[in-house]
Design a protein around this ligand. Structure first.
Ligand SMILES: NC(=O)c1ccc[n+]([C@@H]2O[C@H](COP(=O)([O-])OP(=O)(O)OC[C@H]3O[C@@H](n4cnc5c(N)ncnc54)[C@H](O)[C@@H]3O)[C@@H](O)[C@H]2O)c1
Ligand SMILES: [Fe+2]
Length: 385
């Protein structure tokens, strides 16, 4: 079997590791650091210890804290102008996927002759980037170990920039930053990460032994800890297990890409500003039911790992697959996530438009274990309605 596996060079998994940020910056020869984050993080003061640590060092630093959720192009362009103006030579992303994705693009484009518009798609970045450290504050996207940035273009479309240039140098996994993450964000971002592992494990083209190993370990960790992290958010061990699981799932899907769950989720985020993890959660059981005829052997393997007590009483792959999907449906309810499109003020009349939009996510749909056409997508949205 031929495959390539790439990941972030250094992964530091230690509570409070962000308190030594300056040391990590110096190790990468940064002298003027741009810290990229969003107003929610600033309001919570999650960045303050890091700024104090930079202040006490010999490094210069500037802060850009205007990242918006599902970052639109204008936000990235503002951040780029800010970075150029301040002549920074290193970037630190702090936050959820929105801040980390923005940080990646700043690192890639600050010293480049290319504009943001020129780099959408796969392998379009022509130049090397500035040193880049990523500090996730959600256990979700895995952006700290993926070669991907997602940007909202125009009114409602989400587009990817995919390039090995975007793989960060260091991922600092400091779970203490997530203990105050509210239950609904913990739940949605946690389901996003579990979907990364599930879709990597069934990815049609690039699935490989490394991505499988990481997806399985990620699902073990997250299925055991997601309920505790949501309902007992101060449990640092549960938080740390979720963070490590989300990063492992990120490593898996960075190499065995996600598929139809994400393809159908993106239009919900684009048109209705439904958070990324929640939009995944809304379509997840229905996409898996559609995929079951093709993917049952793999879903059955995941059932054996995640719900061994139930799976051991079942014999066929179809039975185990049904139990796996039921487990996920029950989990979504247990985490208090809404599970109907109708409950989010999406009109039924919009489903046709959403299906047309989802079909445009060819980059993702090619990875689905079962081919999906526009009529299939529409039927899935109706099932999720
Ligand atoms: N690069 C990738 O590989 C990849 C993969 C999947 C999704 N994404 C993208 O990532 C984005 C979603 O990222 P996300 O789900 O991590 O959320 P996010 O970055 O959009 O943040 C959501 C909200 O959570 C808040 N928040 C973050 N950390 C917090 C904390 N510790 N405590 C309290 N509040 C906190 C933020 O302030 C924000 O208001 C989307 O744009 C999505 O398309 C990227
Ligand atoms: Fe995702």
């Amino acid at each position: 079997m031929s495959f390539t596996f790439n990941t972030t060079k250094s992964i530091v998994n230690a509570p409070n590791s962000s308190l030594n940020l300056a040391q990590y910056c110096e190790n990468l020869n940064m002298t003027k650091v741009l810290l990229v984050t969003d107003p929610g993080i600033v309001k919570l003061g999650l960045h303050l210890n890091m700024l104090a640590n930079l202040e006490a060092s010999s490094l210069d630093y500037v802060l850009f804290s205007e990242v918006e959720v599902d970052p639109p192009m204008a936000v990235i362009e503002n951040a780029l102008a800010f970075a150029k103006q301040h002549q920074i030579d290193g970037v630190v992303g702090l936050g959820g996927g929105s801040s980390l994705d923005t940080a990646k693009l700043i690192a890639a484009l600050t010293q480049s002759s290319q504009t943001l518009e020129q780099v959408f798609g796969v392998d379009k970045l022509l130049h090397s980037r500035l040193p880049l450290i990523q500090i996730p504050t959600t256990a979700g996207t895995g952006s700290e170990v993926t070669p991907i940035s997602i940007v909202t273009t125009g009114e409602a479309m989400k587009m990817g920039i995919v390039s090995s240039v975007l793989l960060p140098d260091i991922a600092l996994l400091d779970a203490s930053l997530t203990v105050n993450l509210p239950p609904h964000i913990t739940a949605a971002t946690g389901i996003d990460a579990m979907v990364h592992a599930i879709e990597a494990y069934t990815s049609n083209i690039k699935k490989n032994p490394y991505s499988d190993m990481l997806a399985i370990e990620a699902l073990k960790l997250m299925s055991k800890n997601i309920q505790q992290a949501v309902h007992q958010g101060s449990d640092l061990q549960a938080r740390a297990n979720m963070m490590l699981g989300a990063t492992m799932a990120g490593q898996a899907f960075a190499n065995a890409p996600v598929a139809a769950v994400h393809a159908l989720a993106y239009p919900l985020g684009g048109h209705y500003h439904i958070p990324h993890g929640l939009s995944n959660s809304l379509v997840l059981p229905h996409v898996l039911k559609f995929n079951a005829p093709a993917a049952a052997p793999l879903y059955a393997q995941l059932a054996d790992i995640i719900i061994p007590n139930i799976a051991s009483t079942l014999t066929t792959a179809e039975e185990k697959t049904a139990a796996f999907i039921q487990y996920l449906e029950d989990l979504i309810i247990n985490l208090n996530l809404p599970n109907r499109l109708a409950s989010l003020d999406i009109p039924q009349s919009a489903l046709t438009m959403l299906a047309k939009d989802a079909l445009k996510q060819e980059r993702l749909l090619v990875n689905n274990p079962r081919p999906m056409n526009e009529a299939d997508i529409l039927a899935i949205y109706h099932a999720a309605f």
